[in-house]
Ligand binder design. Structure first.
Ligand SMILES: [Fe+2]
Ligand SMILES: [Fe+2]
Length: 193
């Protein structure tokens, strides 16, 4: 699925469902961080007009996702907790190239975003197929579709704007790295836990 090297064990969905307040809190902040990441890409690359327009739409959509999650939290009588540290995303950020040319850093930042969208999409799919809560199962199905579109957008921008990076080779390196990394996860009630 989306080129991912390792799929999530469906039992992770049971862990997630055993603590909905926690997974919803973590999920809300994932959406906020996705919006922030899109805004950062806009502010750093204003010369790319179509990227600015598409990522503005994505930033708005991610904040709409944030709003949907906090609405669910409220409707169920839960409390939105503070942002959870996301070790998985921290490890991906370390893998992103920062010491090459400006274009190399830019392309890697787009691939970093595509990678997170791909895994988030896969995790939403696992939730939609395995949790017993019907409202949340259908909610996660809808989000899975949306994040799959974001994944495609980021990967296509990397292909469009590359100057000195072979995007297909670099994307395979990302998939290989992530496939190793994710082996240590799948045990906690976080979206990337
Ligand atoms: Fe989202
Ligand atoms: Fe997204």
């Amino acid at each position: 699925m989306l080129g991912l090297k390792l799929l999530t064990d469906p039992r992770w969905a049971n862990i997630a469902e055993s603590n909905l307040e926690e997974i919803l809190t973590d999920h809300a902040w994932c959406e906020q961080k996705a919006a922030s990441n899109a805004i950062t890409l806009i502010t750093q690359n204003p010369e790319h007009e179509d990227l600015v327009h598409e990522l503005t739409a994505i930033a708005i959509e991610e904040m709409q996702h944030f709003q949907m999650v906090i609405d669910i939290i409220k409707a169920r009588g839960y409390t939105l907790g503070r942002e959870r540290k996301d070790d998985y995303v921290g490890q991906l950020m370390k893998f992103a190239k920062k010491d090459g040319s400006r274009n190399q850093s830019f392309i890697d930042r787009l691939l970093f975003a595509a990678m997170i969208e791909a895994r988030s999409c896969e995790r939403f799919r696992v939730l939609s197929k395995n949790i017993k809560d019907e409202e949340l199962a259908s909610f996660y199905y809808d989000l899975m579709v949306s994040e799959a579109n974001h994944y495609t957008t980021f990967l296509n921008f990397a292909r469009q704007y590359t100057v000195d990076v072979d995007v297909e080779i670099r994307w395979q390196e990302w998939l290989d790295f992530e496939g190793q990394l994710i082996q240590s996860y799948g045990k906690k009630e976080y979206i990337h836990g």
